[in-house]
Ligand binder design. Structure first.
Ligand SMILES: Nc1ncnc2c1ncn2[C@@H]1O[C@H](COP(=O)(O)OP(=O)(O)OP(=O)(O)O)[C@@H](O)[C@H]1O
Length: 247
């Protein structure tokens, strides 16, 4: 399978105005350059506040920025990208007063016209939530709700899937199942960008981008991260990289 560039970032900078007169400017992302390819999982790792969510928001087109950010050769946020990108936010974005199947049908209907949606039944099967189909979302546990939210993003068969800590707070069995699903999605040809706090999950990514204070401090494969830092665990390697190894 040939890979194509899903995301091309050059000189990306995000600044936010704050204060009473909005005269104070804080730079959140500094001059980032990287690419994301289809067919691969790109992991965004970094301490809390390092800029992972802001970067994902820029990729999906809901964050102002300076520099160049193209998704499938279109400027981020272009109308033509609608339906091509699935975005899973940290907080489950689903309708709590609808059932699981109603949510899936709704998001599937929205996707019609811009992509070829999967069937709700397929999503229930893939995410192993068929037994929850008729349940109202408000009655689900946090982890179950997260899976439904993921399902609502997956139903559009996005060509680029951007997920902000989709496995946070989930039990190891569910995490394992979801990572298998992410791998399947990437192998089927989509680009997958995923942020995570669980450093051992880094091993499941094809490429890693380590962020600190809005700067990329290291980029490469998981194996190279261990080699470059001389560590045997991703947790130690990450801490070593944060302490100063440069790509
Ligand atoms: N609207 C905003 N106004 C001011 N500062 C902001 C705003 N949005 C984000 N920030 C700041 O930008 C920095 C990066 O935030 P961001 O949420 O992107 O980090 P993160 O790596 O995703 O963090 P976490 O892992 O805790 O979710 C933080 O210092 C945050 O406080």
């Amino acid at each position: 399978m040939s890979t194509v560039t899903a995301v091309q970032v050059n000189g990306l900078k995000v600044s936010i105005s704050s204060g009473f007169s909005r005269k104070k400017t804080k730079t959140i992302l500094h001059d980032l350059d990287f690419t994301v390819e289809t067919g691969k999982i790109t992991g965004l790792l970094g301490p809390s506040g390092s800029g992972k969510t802001t970067l994902m928001r820029a990729i999906v087109g809901v964050q102002n920025f300076d520099g160049t950010l193209e998704v499938f050769d279109q400027p981020a946020g272009a109308a033509s990208l609608r339906g091509k990108i699935g975005y899973v936010t940290q907080n489950a974005s689903v309708y709590h007063d609808l059932s699981v199947i109603e949510n899936l049908k709704y998001f599937g209907a929205l996707a019609k016209g811009t992509s070829t949606p999967r069937t709700p039944e397929k999503i229930l099967e893939v995410l192993d939530i068929a037994d929850l189909a008729q349940r109202q979302v408000s009655t689900l546990s946090g982890g179950q709700r997260g899976r439904v939210s993921l399902g609502c993003a997956l139903i559009a068969s996005p060509e680029l899937l951007v997920m902000d800590e989709p496995t946070v707070g989930l039990d190891p069995i569910t995490r394992q199942a979801l990572w298998e699903e992410f791998t399947t999605i990437a192998k089927a040809g989509a680009g997958v960008v995923i942020s995570s706090h669980v450093l051992e999950e880094a091993a499941r990514c094809d490429n890693l981008i380590l962020l600190r204070d809005g700067r990329i401090i290291w980029r490469g494969t998981p194996t190279r991260l261990l080699e470059d830092t001389g560590k045997s665990s991703y947790e130690d390697a990450f801490l070593a990289a944060i302490d100063g190894v440069r790509s």
